[in-house]
Design a protein around this ligand. Structure first.
Ligand SMILES: NC(=O)c1ccc[n+]([C@@H]2O[C@H](COP(=O)([O-])OP(=O)(O)OC[C@H]3O[C@@H](n4cnc5c(N)ncnc54)[C@H](OP(=O)(O)O)[C@@H]3O)[C@@H](O)[C@H]2O)c1
Length: 197
């Protein structure tokens, strides 16, 4: 597949670009010098001719939800109908039914990014769009540095996938691998999924 990765200069986008390249896909790696993810015209020009787009963004002034909106506008114009959105885990809900981001113990350092990510998910879910988006939530706390093991679970759900120890965790390598799996399979269109062991 010909895949545009927006945010490929970053941590998670870089991991997705590396995994997709390792599997033989034709990857266009884009950073903020190549495209403005908040600008539909810039996005349209950057992604035209690709089979799919991966967005792995972080930035000031609510970049993430602004980019979600811009992508929903730009992709149909560019003739691209598949979007994998690197999401947040804060929008998953705990046993009390509350989103982690709204709970009293959510780390202050991640609050703004997590709120932005939650807004992006809500925007995608509310959109009437031809774009087959998939929003991929890592575990709320433990997306940890590490290589691909190739063994992980992916499910469309709003609660974290828990391991035997009651925690949800996954390595960056396996998270990136799950994203490329979804691109290859076409599964999980218009769904939020989460990945964990
Ligand atoms: N447990 C969790 O919930 C969890 C954990 C980790 C990450 N995340 C989420 O994953 C997302 C990505 O995180 P990350 O750590 O990979 O971020 P990162 O390393 O900071 O990378 C951000 C990327 O966004 C690009 N970018 C910034 N502004 C842009 C713009 N206007 N147009 C185009 N590209 C732009 C940057 O490009 P340049 O470098 O070229 O400026 C960079 O490639 C975040 O939104 C974060 O919320 C969630």
């Amino acid at each position: 597949m010909k895949i545009a990765v927006i945010g490929a200069t970053g941590n998670l986008g870089g991991a997705v670009a590396a995994e997709a390249s390792a599997r033989g896909h034709d990857v266009t790696a884009l950073g903020s010098k190549d495209v403005n993810a908040a600008d539909p015209a810039s996005l349209r020009d950057a992604v035209a001719g690709h089979d799919a787009v991966v967005a792995a963004l972080k930035g000031a002034d609510h970049l993430v939800p602004r980019a979600a909106e811009a992508l929903l506008s730009a992709l149909p114009e560019a003739g691209v109908d598949r979007l994998l959105f690197v999401g947040g885990g804060g929008s998953l809900t705990g046993p009390d039914g509350q989103r982690f981001v709204d709970g009293p113990n959510f780390p202050a350092a991640y609050l703004e990014t997590a709120r932005d990510q939650t807004a992006a998910l809500d925007l995608l879910r509310a959109a009437e769009t031809p774009v087959r988006w998939t929003y991929v939530s890592p575990p709320p706390m433990y997306l940890v540095p590490g290589e691909k093991t190739g063994t992980y679970r992916v499910e469309a759900r709003d609660t974290p996938l828990l391991g035997a120890d009651g925690e949800s965790r996954v390595s960056v390598g396996d998270y990136a691998s799950a994203i490329v799996d979804a691109l290859e399979s076409g599964n999980f269109a218009r769904e939020r999924v989460t990945v964990a062991y």
